[in-house]
Design a binder for this molecule. Structure first.
Ligand SMILES: Nc1nc2c(c(=O)[nH]1)N[C@H]1C(S)=C(S)[C@@H](COP(=O)(O)OP(=O)(O)OC[C@H]3O[C@@H](n4cnc5c(=O)[nH]c(N)nc54)[C@H](O)[C@@H]3O)O[C@H]1N2
Ligand SMILES: Nc1nc2c(c(=O)[nH]1)N[C@H]1C(S)=C(S)[C@@H](COP(=O)(O)OP(=O)(O)OC[C@H]3O[C@@H](n4cnc5c(=O)[nH]c(N)nc54)[C@H](O)[C@@H]3O)O[C@H]1N2
Ligand code: SF4
Ligand SMILES: [Mo]
Length: 675
């Protein structure tokens, strides 16, 4: 018997980017565990990925190419060979204008080689002159908002939270959405730090905090300005930092003065004393570290919310202190040569339109020129994109040719013309990092793929051949791709990664990216931003109200603001069909406050229907003061077809956030009635 330990990395869209070890006996993977050597993973994975090997062996795993035989949406297929599949796809693409093709990458894998970080297959789509894909689904509004203020969306190292004396967990639920961060919060606590959560819901995380503020969804920038008002009243600003290191302070100060705590309290639905209390604490506590992640920017004003939050450590001077500042994502600190992977030069200067991945309904039903071919790569838009009913009408178009590369028979697969079986992470090679730490990892294939599954790279190499293309860049191996991606990563080589599995590039610890300089045009933190001005945005950071949450007319018809945040048992819609994780999730649920329950005649355990003008879905009601009045909380990730035909995205609007076209999942008004 041979036994091997193969080092790999979790590919899922989670900040933690865990390193894992697969034990392989006689070619069969017998265990997959967290790598104890990895400073962030430290041996533990999570409730979801602990079931990875079980998931890989589920009987519904897609193992061979298939062609649709039923109506679109029905999910009836016949088995075909790879040759038949590729010949048919190549035949359909041959006479199509390039822009009629939309390669749609999702976040099923973030890998640089097989997934979203390097847009696996983009080289081929460049040669074809396909429409470009705008990655608006997750973090873009906040990233761009922070960039306006500090020049980059990459904040401080989450590990450095251990050095903070005040930790603010703002619109983030790490105990569910990336639990390895919690160790550093615990370390800070052991050193006497106070931990505050700001969340309309008493999430798993908020329940563990020392203090919890529950503002109305989408009002965080008003809260931030109110807190800064108190900081100024207390003299907690860092005058030297403001003078030497910032731009636009006089104007931003005026904006802060428009938000006395009484006004902020009214906008946020908070008690004025809560704002004064936290403002005073911020004024006197150095270093203060703010962890704000994607949840709080899924609102019409989400970009400016993150932008305004990034200004707080600019007023207090925390950006210059170890353990001070803000963390949203680390992407950008560890350089990976994405251009070398995607090769935009293969477009040969052709300009093509960009399509937003959160406006699928609009793009499929209204874009001109028409989208004629859709390639869905590690994505599940029928379940995860706003305005589900409209998305489905688009996917149901008879004249749309849809190819889905998948592992499981998702809601989206049901609309495919051709389904191509995809490998899972322990069956292919990839390069991964984590957007919540500073390590990079090589994922080595541990076992041979089951059935006829192929990695995304190999699928597109074969399609390029079927199309008769000869451009050598379309045929490079996965190993070559990894080497090209790493060419500019200081101190990290393929050999090193093969040996250890992961590496931290040459970055100091603690890591103070902005101790000396901000990567803005002025080199300073910009309260008044030249990037914003160039994008015709308000030059000054500030509060942009939520669209639906703050709409009083809408509130009369739809009294609840619906939040559909990360589920503890699923990762987006990945694991959504895993029987044990579904059982543990209890199925779709919605939590409302006891006062609201009484007013609307809803009892705990009853089936209820959430509705608005776009659609409806059903869930079991939970009545609890975990949510503030006026808010209803459910989770994302439930497959529509396993949940009565719809999920929360049947209710979410196809609307862009204030900055960069981000999605507005948590800015949704609904009514709730017993079924
Ligand atoms: N288990 C698990 N982990 C995941 C995911 C998953 O589906 N499951 N998804 C992954 C992905 S793709 C991402 S992007 C991240 C997201 O991870 P998070 O950033 O944690 O995002 P959410 O879960 O959407 O929201 C976090 C918290 O923000 C709160 N919130 C919502 N709106 C507001 C607001 O306006 N203001 C404030 N202050 N709080 C608000 C919600 O109630 C929720 O508790 O997690 C990743 N990790
Ligand atoms: N209501 C609501 N909806 C949301 C959100 C929310 O907060 N609320 N959050 C949004 C966010 S943050 C995100 S990031 C999106 C995610 O939405 P999507 O980008 O659609 O991602 P997933 O739902 O995870 O679906 C990914 C699919 O990829 C497949 N997959 C995984 N690995 C591979 C692989 O190696 N190859 C191939 N070919 N396929 C693979 C999985 O089986 C899965 O079906 O959802 C968004 N949707
Ligand atoms: S989902 Fe997140 S916590 Fe779980 S194994 Fe993957 S990276 Fe780690
Ligand atoms: Mo995401």
């Amino acid at each position: 018997m041979t036994e091997l330990k193969v080092l790999g990395a979790c590919p899922l869209d989670c900040p933690d980017g865990c390193s894992w070890v697969v034990t392989v006996k006689d070619g069969v993977a017998t265990s997959l565990r967290g790598n104890p050597e990895h400073p962030y993973t430290r041996g533990a994975l999570c409730v979801k990925v602990n079931r990875w090997l079980e998931q890989a062996a589920l009987p519904e795993r897609i193992l061979h190419p298939m062609r649709r035989v039923g109506a679109k949406g029905e999910g009836r297929f016949e088995r075909i060979t790879w040759d038949e599949a590729l010949t048919e796809i190549a035949g359909r693409l041959k006479d199509m204008p390039g822009e009629a093709i939309w390669p749609y990458w999702g976040t099923g894998t973030l890998g640089y080689v097989q997934g979203a970080e390097g847009y696996a297959g983009q080289r081929l789509f460049n040669v074809l002159g396909a429409s470009r894909h705008r990655f608006t689904i997750c973090s873009i509004a906040g990233s761009e908002g922070i960039r306006y203020a500090i020049g980059s969306s990459a904040g401080i190292d989450p590990e450095d939270f251990a050095l903070a004396k005040l930790v603010i967990l703002w619109g983030t639920n790490p105990l569910t959405s990336g639990h390895h961060f919690w160790k550093f919060v615990q370390d800070a606590r052991l050193n006497g730090a106070h931990v505050v959560a700001i969340d309309p819901v008493r999430s798993r995380t908020a329940a563990q905090a020392d203090e919890h503020l529950a503002p109305l969804p989408g009002t965080d920038a008003a809260l931030a300005l109110g807190l800064l008002h108190v900081v100024l009243a207390e003299g907690g600003q860092d005058e030297e930092f403001l003078r030497e290191r910032t731009v636009g302070w006089a104007e931003f100060r005026e904006r802060i003065m428009e938000f006395p705590p009484s006004r902020a309290a009214e906008i946020c639905g908070l008690d004025e004393q809560e704002i004064i209390g936290l403002g005073r604490r911020i004024a006197r506590t150095r270093p203060t570290a703010i962890r704000a992640t994607q949840g709080m920017q899924r609102h019409a004003g989400g970009g400016n919310a993150l932008r305004t939050l990034a200004c707080i450590p600019g007023v207090t001077g925390d950006w210059a202190l170890p353990g001070g500042g803000l963390s949203y994502s680390t992407t950008g600190h560890v350089p990976v040569d994405v251009r070398a992977l995607m090769r935009p030069d293969l477009r040969a200067g052709k300009r093509t339109r960009a399509l937003s991945m959160t406006r699928v309904g609009e793009a499929l039903l209204e874009a001109d020129p028409k989208v004629e071919a859709l390639f869905v790569i590690a994505a599940n838009p029928a379940a995860s994109v706003p305005d589900q009913n409209r998305v489905r009408r688009g996917l149901a178009r008879e004249d749309l040719f849809t190819v889905v590369l998948e592992q499981f028979p998702t809601d989206t697969v049901d609309y495919a013309d051709i389904v191509l079986p995809a490998t899972m992470q322990h069956e292919h090679m990839d390069l991964n990092d984590g957007y919540g730490h500073l390590y990079i990892a090589l994922n080595q294939p541990a076992v041979a793929p089951p059935g006829e599954c192929l990695p995304t790279t190999e699928t597109f190499r074969r399609l390029a051949a079927a199309l008769g293309l000869t451009e050598p860049a379309l045929f490079e191996t996965d190993e070559q791709l990894v080497e090209q991606a790493l060419a500019k990563t200081p101190g990290v080589t393929l050999e090193l990664l093969r040996e250890r599995g992961f590496a931290r590039p040459d970055l100091p610890k603690p890591f103070l990216p902005y101790a000396e300089k901000f990567p803005t045009p002025s080199g300073k933190l910009e309260f008044r931003s030249s990037f914003a001005k160039a994008n015709r945005q308000d030059p000054l950071a500030g509060y942009v109200p939520p669209a639906e949450v703050a709409d009083e007319e809408l509130a009369a018809r739809f009294p609840f603001a619906l939040i559909s945040a990360a589920s503890h048992q699923f990762l987006n819609t990945v694991f959504g069909s895993n029987p044990e994780l579904r059982r543990r999730s209890g199925g779709p649920r919605v939590t409302i406050h006891p006062e609201d329950a009484a007013r609307h005649g809803i009892t705990g355990g009853a089936r209820v229907r959430m509705s608005n003008d776009r659609g409806s879905f059903e869930a079991v009601a939970v009545v609890s003061d975990e949510v503030r009045p006026g808010v209803a909380a459910c989770t994302k990730g439930h497959w529509a077809k396993l949940s009565g035909g719809a999920n929360a995205n049947a209710l979410v609007a196809e609307r862009d956030a204030d900055i960069a076209g981000g999605a507005v999942y948590h800015d949704t008004r609904v009514s709730i009635t017993p079924c």
